[in-house]
Ligand binder design. Structure first.
Ligand SMILES: [Fe+2]
Length: 201
């Protein structure tokens, strides 16, 4: 991926800037992805608990969103070298994502609403359902591929669910995959962001 002209703060607030700076310090000091996630945890928990950090425009569904189902993927921040992104994922009531992967490690947590989440492992081209979870607001986990990399989320609350993702790639613009959970067949997939175009081929 081509580097950008610089860091992009689509949500340019002291909270987001402070969070990103702390994350970068954690990553620089960490000896592994596990170690970095462990060190980022307290700041991520704080962000999920901050009811004011996400303005209304980043909580909207998106009829034309690349995930389908009216799902809105809103970029809050991405690093100029595309090595880090922070975004909200707004899944309307009754809607669900396709089964998909992320191809980078990071932290994913629920900010609003409730979800059912199904996690899959891939073995020899077939998918195996390994875990089902029902996260509540404030719940989050470290996603370290291949562990937890393939999942599907479905909103179970009467209002949209909103999760916040911190991942070590430019997730919306990376070519990744959706999967047919029955056959395990994968398709190339790029979700995009509602508020930023992907200019890479
Ligand atoms: Fe996901």
């Amino acid at each position: 991926m081509q580097p950008l002209d610089g860091d992009e703060f689509l949500l340019d607030t002291p909270v987001v800037r402070g969070f990103v700076a702390a994350v970068r310090e954690s990553i620089a000091a960490a000896v592994s992805a596990d170690d970095a996630c462990e060190s980022i945890r307290p700041r991520f928990a704080e962000l999920l608990a901050d009811r004011a950090c996400l303005p209304a425009r980043f909580r909207e569904s998106a009829p034309e969103g690349g995930m389908g189902g009216g799902i809105g993927q809103w970029l809050l921040f991405r690093a100029g070298d595309r090595s880090l992104s922070l975004f909200s994922l707004v899944v309307p009531p009754g809607s669900e994502t396709p089964v998909h992967n992320h191809l980078a490690w990071g932290l994913v947590g629920l900010y609003q609403g409730t979800q059912d989440e199904e996690i899959y492992a891939e073995h020899d081209g077939a998918l195996e359902l390994t875990e089902s979870r029902a996260p509540r607001p404030g719940d989050f986990y470290a996603l370290i591929p291949p562990r937890d990399d393939i999942h599907r989320v479905r909103t179970t609350s009467p209002a949209s669910s909103i999760s916040i993702h911190l991942l070590t790639n430019d997730t919306g613009c990376v070519w990744r995959h959706t999967f047919d959970p029955e056959s395990g067949e994968r398709q190339p997939f790029r979700s995009g962001y509602v508020n930023v175009a992907c200019t890479d081929p």
